[in-house]
Design a protein around this ligand. Structure first.
Ligand code: ZN
Ligand code: ZN
Length: 115
């Protein structure tokens, strides 16, 4: 899945999150830096998985700023990292200007390839 770093401005800050299906839920297991070209070439599908997404033990967080978590935007459904230090989170996917106070678990997530 693709995500953006909240602390980096475009076009940098893109990263990938590897997810793994386990018996109870999907888990985010790894985060890795990604450039725009590679993200486009690999054509991340846009499958929407209706399941909750949790952080696996050892999930390294954002490869850019090391934020431990990430938030799914309520407006565009995309992911942006979040370190929990600031209450209000901002979506970094332009032109979306979503922001808010994160809460709850991600219940439904998709893999967007149209970057
Ligand atoms: Zn980050
Ligand atoms: Zn958004």
């Amino acid at each position: 899945m693709l995500a953006r770093c909240e602390k980096a401005s475009e076009p940098s800050g893109l990263y990938g999150i590897r997810v793994e299906e386990r018996s109870d839920a999907w888990y985010a297991t790894w985060g890795f830096a990604l450039n725009q070209r590679r993200a486009t070439r690999e054509r991340y599908g846009d499958t929407v998985v209706r399941s909750s997404l949790l952080l696996a033990d050892g999930f390294p967080g954002c490869p850019h700023c090391e934020a431990a978590s990430f938030v799914q935007c309520g407006t565009c459904q995309r992911l942006t990292c979040w370190d929990g230090a600031v209450r209000v989170w901002h979506c970094r996917w332009t032109p979306c200007r979503g922001s808010g106070v994160p809460g709850g678990a991600i219940e439904r997530f998709g893999r967007h390839g149209d970057v």
